[in-house]
Design a protein around this ligand. Structure first.
Ligand code: ATP
Ligand code: RIB
Length: 294
């Protein structure tokens, strides 16, 4: 079983479903409101656990009503929450608008996630025991860097989702084995809007990159080999929130199982395609038995 440690955020997603997202200064009437456990870290943890990984979540929830709900959601998918601390104050929240095409716009308020500024011996030990460490940028950067360095020092493979995007210091990039930006994040980090050109720039900073391209699939590039475009299964999306997290969590399990990269990517893409066909982030992620054989 692939051992996956996730150092990341846990948010309660407050989701408004609308026909059309409002413009600045505009008010629109929505169709539906849902409260769904999310957060990039927790989402990747759920995706990896449902895909068959042995998953440890490292982070923090608040001491409000959302904290226990989010913890329980992780545990129901089989995620170990012993290192998910409870901090004083509110949990992280994500304020999401999803339009008729299933596309989203998100504001994240860090709450308890912002208290994770450094790691203790328990967290460092859990990272050292893992096969892979999954990181995103919804925790304070010093903790992300500390986690990446701890993993790198122990030969634990690191996968970074650079979201919300921000400039990445060399001390973090030096410890990243696989970078998984979406196309906007890749453009922002590389200064190149075309994905092949972006991948070329990013490969000067990390050994391998998967640029996810929404319904267009993803571009995989590694140092020393040609970039390969993988199509996504054609499906009707109702809510793409968590698609990228499903992709990464599932990919991590496949890589940990030693599957060749093309097969691992195809498996992750089929999991993400299942996720986008249902509303909500973590609740729409498929279990291993549901993900197509690749
Ligand atoms: P989000 O922030 O909405 O969770 P993201 O922006 O991080 O997602 P995307 O590039 O939109 O990431 O999607 C990640 C992967 O999910 C894609 O590479 C693709 O495999 C799958 N995916 C996303 N949208 C669709 C879609 N409409 N149809 C099929 N697959 C999709
Ligand atoms: O990647 C999707 C996630 O981003 C949502 O669940 C939301 O919590 C934000 O963190």
């Amino acid at each position: 079983m692939t051992k996956v440690a996730v150092l990341g955020s846990t948010n309660m997603d407050l989701v408004a479903y609308v026909d059309r997202a409002p413009e600045r200064g505009e008010t629109v009437t929505g169709r539906e409101f849902r409260t769904v456990p999310g957060g990039k870290g927790a989402n990747q943890a759920v995706a990896a656990a449902r895909a068959g990984g042995d998953v440890m979540m490292i982070g923090a929830v608040g001491d409000d009503a959302y904290g226990p709900m989010m913890r329980e959601n992780l545990e129901l998918s089989g995620v170990d929450t012993d290192l998910l601390h409870t901090a004083e104050g509110p949990s992280g929240t994500a304020h999401i608008v999803v339009d008729a095409e299933g596309s989203n716009a998100i504001v994240v308020i860090p709450g308890a996630n912002g208290t994770v500024t450094s790691l203790g011996p328990g967290e460092i030990a859990a990272i050292a025991e893992a096969d892979l460490l999954l990181l995103q940028l919804e925790l304070p950067l010093p903790a992300v860097i500390e986690g990446a360095r701890a993993a790198h020092a122990q030969g634990v493979r690191t996968v970074l989702t650079p979201s919300p995007v921000q400039p990445l210091p060399a001390e973090l990039l030096d410890c990243v084995d696989l970078l998984v930006p979406n196309e906007h994040e890749a453009a922002e980090l590389s200064g190149q809007s075309e994905p092949h050109a972006a991948a070329e720039v990013l490969l000067s900073q990390v050994p391998a990159v998967v640029i996810t391209l929404g319904s267009k699939g993803c571009l995989y590039a590694a140092r020393g080999s040609r970039a390969v475009l993988f199509p996504a299964p054609e499906v009707t999306a109702v809510d793409t929130t968590g698609a990228g997290d499903t992709f990464v969590g599932t990919l991590a399990v496949a890589l940990g199982e030693g599957r060749p990269v093309p097969q691992a990517i195809a498996w992750a893409a089929s999991a993400a395609a299942l996720c986008v066909q249902k509303p909500g982030a973590s609740v729409s992620m498929p279990y291993r038995s549901e993900i197509g054989a690749a």
